[in-house]
Design a protein around this ligand. Sequence first.
Ligand code: C5P
Length: 339
Amino acid sequence: MHNRKRVIWAIYHKEGTKKRVKLDKFSISVQNARMSHAQQAQISSDVCFVRAYAKINLTLDVLGRRADGYHELATIMQTVDLHDTICLTATGDQRVQMICSIPELSSDDNLAARAVYMVRQRLACSQGVRIELYKRIPMAAGLGGGSSDAAAVLFALQQWWQLHLSPAELLSMAASMGSDVPFFLTGGLALCEGRGERVTPLARYWLASMRWLLLLKPPISLSTAAVFRNLPAGDYTEGTNSRMVSNALNARKDPQLEYLQNSLEREVLERYPEVAQAREDLLRAGAQFVRLCGSGPTLFAPFAELTGALQVQQRVHTLGYEVYLSRAIHPNTGSVCFF
Ligand code: C5P
């Protein structure tokens, strides 16, 4: 453990000048005296935990199909407190080991592993890392779980290895892993355009009528690619919904519910009866408003008060549904924790 070869560099200030030191366990303890508490915590650690939050889409406007096969979007996303937990451990070998609570995700194809490989390649380093991923966010569910895991690993490595990647560099690495990944680098509430990678944070405002969110995952998994491929042009919009909702939120006003639309919802409800049934069951259980998350199949239902949300949760739970009680969250550096 202690003679492990580290490739981590620390920048610190000594007698008015900036010094760069290659770190190993020993030099960390020597230099610690001159570092702030926060720097100590970041550098002297072998282990880094990070949370990867799920998201919902308040709006999702599909504007049209692009020449590269992707669709041009305008979508407003908000992170919610349902999260995966990732533990990164520095190892003495040069391997990237991916271990997931869902065995079929324990492979190098996992976006969390791809994020580590990408950073190592960018730095031309071969630091061994064990990635342990505890999944809570349902897979292929429209909640952005895989994308969030990838962004969380990039974000964590940036701090853990003291990387000086520019925001543009981080963004381009994130976008190369998936359309939603850039959003998860910052999370919170944002308007995402292009194929999703152009992220504009919105005012830190959240609707009182949506303090509590039920996320109901119908018993099917959907492929995002298939949902987009099957979308008829008749479901495209001009982006009015996302524009109206962004404007309202930036003015710290509640948007009108009629603008909270998802262009993919009509097709998903029609093509997948399990989702239509789940929507009906949520409404019958007392939800006033139900929308599809991303490309589905997860549905979200907002509530102003906890008691209302718990009642509906209990009812749909009795019907056998997988359902989570959640809330909007603005993640910050608190999502990363070092030991
Ligand atoms: O970018 P990501 O790999 O997450 O997208 C998965 C699939 O969803 C893409 O291969 C594409 O078929 C579809 N998609 C799209 N337009 C977008 C985002 C995703 O057509 N803006």
